[in-house]
Design a protein around this ligand. Structure first.
Ligand SMILES: Cc1cc2nc3c(=O)[nH]c(=O)nc-3n(C[C@H](O)[C@H](O)[C@H](O)COP(=O)(O)O)c2cc1C
Ligand SMILES: CCCCC(=O)C(=O)O
Length: 368
C-alpha cells in the first residue's frame, strides 16, 4: 500500500500498481491485443492536439458539471467498466465505488464485477459516497440472464445500462496467452452463475481462460435487432459501448440507443484500430446532438479529458488508471486519482479561459 499523497499526477500510480501486483495480474490489466499498437495510439492521440486559451474571461468560478439523461452530474469524469476489481484489491468494486462516489464521479460497474451489484450500490450510498452508477452488459448467449441483470440494476438504483458491442469474441491478448491467464480462484464474477463462470478459472498453458470463457458465453451473432430487443425490455436507458465508425453511431441511435461510447476497449480488441480520440469527431457529427457521446481510451491526464470534451464528448471514462490507484491505495487511492484528474481539468478550464465544461467546443483545441 502506498501513501496516496505521494502521487501528484494520474500516471504516478502506474508504477505503484506494478510493484503491488503479481506480474500476471499486471499483464492482464495493462495489456492489449496483438502488438498493442492501439494501446499506444490511444494516449498518443491526445498529445497531438493543442489547447487554444482565451483571455480576459471571468474564471472566478468554473463549472465542471454535465447533463446526462436529464440529471446533473458533478463532473464529466467516470470509471470505465472493468472486470474483477478484486484482482487489484481485496475490497474490489466496493472500494472503487466508495472512492468514485467520494470524488463525485460516475462509476460504470462491469457484468464481471467481483461484488454483488446490490452491495456495490449500498457501498456507494454511504454518508460520503454518492453519485451515479451504471451497469455494463455483454451480449450473452443466455439472453434471459441479461434481462435479469438489467432488472436487478434498475431495482438497485443504477441509472443506465451500457451494452458492449466490440466483443463478439475476446481480442488476442498475447500476454495472457503467454501467462496461461485465468481468473484467480478466490475472485468470482458473483453476479453470474458459478457454473457458467467455471471456464474463466480453468488454467491451460498457452491459452487465456477468459478468451475460452468468452467463446462459450458471448453471442457472436448479435446485431442491431438485438439492441432493439434489449431497449424494449430494459428498465433503464441503454448506451452502446465500443463505437468507432460514424455509421455505427447512426445505427445505434436509429435502433434505440440512449447514448454511445466511443471506445476501442482500451486497445484490447482490434490491434491497429483507430484511436478513440481520432474516432470521436465523426461520431459526434453523425449523432448530431440526438444522444450523448462519451469516450474512453488513453485518458491519462486532466488535459486529455479537456481535449475529448472540446471535441464533443459529454463525459469521459477512465479505465486502467483507476485500477492502478485501487491496487496502490484502495478506496482512498481511487478517490485521490479521480480528484487529480478533476483538479487538473478545473485548473485548465480556468487557465484556458473556458470556465464551463458544457460550453467547451472545437474552438478550444487545434490539431498539431
Ligand atoms: C482490466 C480491464 C478489464 C476490462 N473489463 C471490461 C469489461 O468487463 N467490460 C467492458 O465493457 N470493458 C472492459 N474493459 C475496457 C474498459 O471499459 C475501457 O474501454 C478501457 O479500459 C479504456 O481504456 P483505458 O484503460 O486506456 O482508460 C476492461 C479494461 C481493462 C483494462
Ligand atoms: C471476458 C471479458 C473480460 C473483461 C474484458 O472486457 C477485458 O478483459 O477487456
Amino acid at each position: 500500500m502506498t501513501d496516496a499523497s505521494d502521487c501528484r499526477r494520474p500516471l504516478d500510480y502506474r508504477e505503484r500498481a506494478r510493484a503491488a501486483l503479481p506480474a500476471h495480474v499486471w499483464d492482464y490489466i495493462e495489456g492489449g491485443a496483438g502488438d498493442e499498437l492501439t494501446v499506444a495510439w490511444n494516449s498518443a492521440a491526445f498529445d497531438r492536439v493543442s489547447i487554444v486559451p482565451r483571455t480576459m474571461v471571468d474564471v472566478s468560478a468554473c463549472d465542471l458539471s454535465c447533463e446526462l439523461f436529464g440529471a446533473r452530474y458533478a463532473t464529466p469524469l467516470g470509471v470505465a467498466p472493468m472486470a474483477y476489481h478484486q484482482i487489484a484489491h481485496p475490497e474490489g468494486e466496493l472500494a472503487t465505488a466508495r472512492g468514485a462516489g467520494a470524488a463525485g464521479a460516475l462509476c460504470v460497474v462491469s457484468i464481471f464485477a467481483s461484488a454483488r451489484l446490490e452491495d456495490i450500490a449500498a457501498a456507494r450510498s454511504g454518508a460520503e459516497a454518492s453519485g451515479p452508477l451504471w451497469f455494463q452488459l455483454y451480449w450473452l448467449r443466455r439472453r434471459e440472464v441479461m434481462l435479469d441483470l438489467a432488472a436487478r440494476a434498475g431495482a438497485a438504483g443504477y441509472r443506465a445500462l451500457v451494452v458492449t458491442a466490440d466483443t463478439p469474441r475476446l481480442g488476442d491478448r498475447r500476454r495472457d496467452r503467454h501467462n496461461g491467464w485465468a481468473v484467480p480462484a478466490g475472485v468470482r464474477a458473483v453476479n453470474l452463475d458459478a457454473a457458467v463462470m467455471a471456464s474463466a478459472h480453468r488454467r491451460r498453458p498457452g491459452a487465456s481462460a477468459l478468451a475460452g470463457h468468452a467463446e462459450e458465453a458471448f453471442d457472436p451473432s448479435a446485431t442491431w435487432h438485438d439492441l432493439e430487443w434489449l431497449v424494449a425490455r430494459a428498465p433503464l436507458p441503454v448506451l452502446v459501448k465500443g463505437i468507432l465508425d460514424p455509421a455505427d453511431a447512426q445505427l445505434a441511435v436509429d435502433h434505440g440507443a440512449a447514448g454511445v461510447i466511443v471506445s476501442n476497449h482500451g486497445g484490447r480488441q482490434v490491434d491497429g484500430a483507430i484511436s478513440a480520440l481520432r474516432a470521436l469527431p465523426p461520431v459526434v457529427d453523425a449523432v448530431a446532438g440526438r444522444v450523448p457521446v462519451l469516450l474512453d481510451g488513453g485518458v491519462r491526464r486532466g488535459r486529455d479529458a479537456f481535449v475529448a470534451l472540446a471535441l464533443g464528448a459529454t463525459a469521459v471514462l477512465i479505465g486502467r488508471p483507476v485500477l492502478w490507484a485501487l491496487a496502490a491505495a484502495g478506496a482512498d487511492g481511487v478517490a485521490h486519482q479521480l480528484r487529480l484528474y478533476r483538479d487538473e481539468l478545473e485548473n485548465l478550464l480556468a487557465l484556458a479561459g473556458r470556465p464551463r465544461v458544457r460550453e467547451l467546443g472545437r474552438d478550444a483545441v487545434a490539431h498539431g
